[in-house]
Design a protein around this ligand. Structure first.
Ligand SMILES: [Ca+2]
Length: 222
């Protein structure tokens, strides 16, 4: 039941969060299908994944949920290495089958001005699309909770909601490769040290709704 309630809370939160607070943030979504989806992760608008972004040195911590033992650890998200096929569990991070997603934190080591956050995924069907909320914090708020677990609202303990992402298509199972780029007005999302990704399943019709995340890039403003 925890899974379903997490899912329902999530959907309610997603709807509520699509307000004007995001006016300063632009989310670009690209989707490669068929032969366009290759190990190069080349997209129409979203930049390809990189090895030398600020995310490469980040420390990743699981805050909530279970990692699927058939997949890679959180480190796969920032190693600059990409899957070479559409269904390659060992080259992707994903939460356990039959669970409703989870949370992890990226610690960039110090406060930096973030220009862009890019997230990438690849799977032949329902584990392709991305559904998540990303929060950020500089850690300075006296109420700051570095590890908000479960249903604790990060926005109530020193985190700022940066974007709500949902790349699921209107129709079909959403298979393919996705690139998402989150950009701030004037080339900046703000100055932050921590990012928190609150990830949700793409569907609850079966146990296979947790996204195959291939890489997350964080770019400092130049
Ligand atoms: Ca990277």
């Amino acid at each position: 039941m925890r899974n379903l309630s997490h899912f329902l809370l999530t959907m309610a939160a997603l709807l509520l969060s699509m307000g004007p607070a995001h006016a300063q943030v632009k989310v670009t979504i690209d989707h490669n299908n068929g032969s366009a989806a290759t190990s190069a992760f080349k997209f129409k608008n979203v930049p390809s994944p990189a090895k030398d972004d600020a995310g490469a040195k980040a420390k990743l911590t699981l805050l909530d949920g279970e990692i699927d033992p058939n997949g890679a650890d959180l480190g796969a998200l920032t190693d600059g290495l990409l899957p070479t096929e559409e269904d390659q569990p060992a080259a992707n991070f994903f939460f356990n089958a039959g669970t409703g997603g989870g949370r992890f934190r990226m610690d960039l080591g110090s406060v930096i001005e973030i220009a862009q956050i890019n997230t990438y995924s690849w799977h032949p069907n329902t584990r392709g699309p991305q559904v998540y909320k990303v929060y950020a914090s500089d850690g300075a708020d006296p109420k700051f909770n570095a590890e908000p677990r479960g249903t604790i609202d990060p926005a109530g303990c020193g985190w700022r909601l940066i974007a709500t992402v949902d790349t699921r298509p209107q129709q079909g199972d959403g298979g393919g490769q996705y690139g998402v780029s989150i950009n701030g007005a004037g080339g900046s999302l703000g100055k932050y040290r921590y990012l928190l990704f609150d990830c949700f399943v793409t569907e609850v019709a079966d146990d296979w709704g947790n996204t195959f995340y291939s890489e997350i890039d964080v770019w400092a403003k130049k």
